[in-house]
Design a binder for this molecule. Structure first.
Ligand code: ADP
Ligand code: MG
Length: 726
């Protein structure tokens, strides 16, 4: 397979779902393009292409050929872009006001006539008012229609432009003939209403992407760098890795780094959603954009710019917001064939009415069909809900990596938890030591520590702490290798030493006497054996506290009708004891890391929609295998990397929040699709029958987009919180 690259483009000039579908088609036609998704709500396109064959410029030109603007998205938030957007918005508001002002007398006359009065505007005056509305205000519809037609497709602009032009031209002819009957009110009102709809839609769209903007604003602006014995203020962009920086109380940490001097606590809630202050001492890592809440400290910068945690979170949320849920594909397909179908329906309407001898009535019914049929709300249905949903999640420390994961997460019926570090704190402590004949507790600990000093595993850390606390002398070890999910081994003073699970160690040495094991394992302790060559030296019991919210989370999942499983590499009895305490029925213990994925796969084969929640490197394959992989943000980077949803708070209850968020978002999407379709499905026949006037049709159409976007914004009120920070 050839190498591929991805580019995100900012697209301008799209007016409805048909435009998005059109760009997808045109860009997809390029040979070297593998994949292209265009999102109407975020006005972004993501293109996967083969860089050897074409470059970004070719893709941009292809988009431009279809009549739209394209520009690669830059990483930093673009202040100029913001200003430009705001200016454009103000200009649109002014245009709308002008349009409303010119239309008002026409509407007033229409009401007078409806009430049985006589028209008070001379024909030429009505014409005069309607003309700038039709061609100046309505220019964007003509432009859009032109681009679409030139590109060989029809979109909503075609419908609006065609409908209003017919009404306008017909009225002009009548006026020239000296007739007092004219429909300038219709053309002008439809243009004004649809323009208003676009305006409201723009405003709502800006609000739905506010989450990113607020994240991006979090970064600090200047840093106090320690240089040549003094302190220099430099802009954060000029920081480099290795710089020593002082952070004063109340300031934001300028970049990711390590504390080298001083102790404080910081607020990392932007990342974790957790409002608790986190203590920091020399050697601890700090993340950029967290707030120093206590004392000044000095840090060494380890990551700057796009490598920082903040930049990564922004990228992640941005990508997720640009994605669509698979349900949208259906809507996209519908709107692709929609416009030609509507043109046909309008034509049929006119022909049938004319055949019945009501040509002018038929003309207006046909105009109403054209106007009501716009599929733009259909195109906004899922992307707006996903933008709001993922933004809401990000604020609560739930990073969803794409709309498709939300769609799958809402159907989850089985949640599989890893034990250590996920359901438990992952900070085991040695609680008791047993020594075999001829050894004492200090020997056991010293030998274990000699090997474990090279381990990354929480058990390794616990052993080191115990050894340090008892002040035992730790001998040197060589050739240490970790056997994931089983233990660790190496050579100490010429002898092969094994530390690990009973099954791992007893494959080389005799097992632990039954009654000793029972005593050590007690109420859910992990038992680790230590052997030197073929001789069992001793054993240690380690206790790992269950997270305070684990029980509540399991109960809540049950209440949601979700099956809960526990999957662990730990011994059967330990696993059972912990499971019993948490009320988990289904336990799979002594599962090697490689087999975790197979177990998850087996559950999926049985027809379940499985969410796997894990934290460690050994969980990564299982996270990838699950329908939805959720990683605890307190865990390994690899786990976060492969997960579909990252839970930045270490809380178990965050799992419930993620599922609730998914359910709430999907409910919104369904409602949106329903409303978008209802407008069209009911509106078109009513318009064809002549029941809906073009003006009502214009209002309904404007309303449908606005109501879909507003409905998505209502998601912000969804009650997803259950954790400590709810
Ligand atoms: P979990 O699936 O619960 O996260 P792991 O797969 O990391 O657990 O480990 C499973 C078992 O392997 C542990 O309970 C322990 O018995 C053994 N083990 C793994 N690594 C080590 C180590 N460094 N020292 C001692 N025992 C270990
Ligand atoms: Mg684990």
């Amino acid at each position: 397979m050839a190498e591929t690259r991805e580019v995100d483009l900012r697209i301008t000039g799209m007016t409805c779902a048909a435009c998005a579908a059109r760009i997808e088609k045109v860009v997809g036609r390029l040979d070297a393009v593998r994949e292209v998704t265009v999102n109407l709500a975020s006005e972004r396109a993501r293109v996967v292409y083969e860089p050897g064959v074409i470059d970004v410029g070719d893709i941009v030109r292809q988009v431009e050929k279809a009549g739209y603007g394209a520009e690669p998205v830059r990483d930093e938030v673009d202040e100029e872009e913001e200003i430009r957007k705001r200016r454009a918005y103000r200009r649109h508001v002014a245009t709308f006001l002008l349009s409303a002002l010119l239309t008002a007398p026409l509407v007033a006359q229409m009401f007078v006539m409806l009430a049985g009065g006589r028209p008070f505007l001379p024909g030429w005056a009505a014409w005069l008012f309607a003309t700038p509305v039709q061609f100046y205000v309505g220019w964007r519809f003509y432009k859009g229609a032109y681009h679409a037609l030139r590109g060989g497709a029809a979109n909503m602009d075609v419908l609006v432009a065609l409908g209003t032009t017919v009404a306008y031209a017909y009225s002009a002819i009548l006026t020239l003939k000296g007739s007092r009957e004219a429909y300038f009110d219709t053309s002008a009102t439809v243009v004004t209403l649809i323009y208003m709809g676009k305006l409201l839609e723009e405003r709502a769209k800006a609000r739905s992407s506010a989450a990113i903007a607020s994240l991006a604003k979090l970064g600090a602006k200047v840093a106090h760098v320690l240089r040549d014995g003094g302190e220099v203020d430099v802009p954060v962009e000029a920081l480099s890795v290795g710089d020593l920086v002082r952070v004063r109380p109340g300031e934001r940490v300028p970049a990711d780094g390590v504390v080298v001097d001083g102790s404080t606590h910081v607020d990392e809630s932007f990342l974790t959603g957790e409002p608790l202050p986190v203590p920091k001492h020399p050697g601890d890592e700090v993340v950029g954009a967290s707030v120093n809440q206590a004392r000044a400290f000095v840090m060494r910068v380890t990551k700057v710019g796009r490598d920082t945690a903040l930049a990564q979170v922004i990228r992640l949320v941005e990508r997720a917001q640009g994605s669509k849920a698979p349900v949208q594909r259906l809507a996209d397909r519908i709107s692709g064939v929609f416009v030609p179908a509507v043109l046909a329906a309008a034509l049929v309407t006119f022909v049938v009415w004319s055949a019945l001898g009501h040509a002018s009535h038929g003309l207006f019914a046909a105009i109403a069909v054209l106007v009501i049929a716009c599929p733009c709300s259909l195109g906004l249905a899922t992307p707006t809900a996903i933008m709001v949903g993922t933004g809401l999640g990000a604020e609560r420390g739930i990073l969803v990596k794409g709309g498709e994961h939300l769609e799958r997460a809402h159907r989850v019926d089985t949640v599989v938890f890893d034990k250590t570090g996920t359901l438990t704190l992952g900070r085991p402590a040695v609680t008791s030591i047993w020594a075999a004949e001829g050894a004492d507790e200090a020997d056991v600990l010293a030998l274990a520590a000699a090997i474990e000093v090279q381990s990354e595993h929480p058990i390794g850390r616990a052993v080191m702490e115990a050894a340090k606390a008892r002040g035992v002398a730790i001998p040197a070890a060589a050739d240490v290798i970790a056997v994931p999910g089983r233990g660790i081994e190496g050579v100490v003073e010429g002898a092969r030493v094994r530390v690990g699970s009973p099954s791992f160690v007893s494959s080389a040495a005799p097992g632990l006497p039954e009654e000793v094991h029972r005593k050590l394992a007690g109420p859910g302790h992990t038992v680790v054996l230590v052997a030197r060559e073929e001789k069992l030296l001793g054993a240690m019991a380690l206790a790992d506290e269950v997270k305070p919210d684990a029980r509540a989370a399991v109960d809540a999942l049950r209440a949601m009708g979700v099956d809960v499983w526990m999957l662990t590499g730990d011994a059967e009895e330990t696993a059972q004891a912990v499971a019993a305490r948490l009320g988990i029925e289904h336990v799979m213990a002594e599962v090697l890391p490689g087999d975790k994925a197979a177990k998850v796969e087996a559950l999926r084969k049985a027809g379940r929609v499985v969410a796997m929640v894990g934290d460690g490197i050994n969980d990564a394959p299982a996270l990838a295998a699950a329908g939805v992989g959720m990683a605890m943000g307190t865990g390994a980077d690899v786990a976060l990397e492969v997960a579909d949803i990252a839970l930045m708070r270490g809380e178990v209850l965050a799992v419930i929040e993620a599922l609730r968020l998914a359910r709430a978002t999907m409910r919104k999407i369904r409602q949106n699709l329903f409303w978008a379709l209802v407008y069209n499905v009911l509106g078109i026949p009513l318009a064809a029958l002549g029941v809906l006037s073009p003006i009502i049709a214009g209002a309904a159409m404007a309303l449908s987009s606005v109501s879909v976007v507003s409905n998505s914004l209502l998601l912000r009120r969804a009650r997803v919180g259950v954790g400590a920070s709810a």
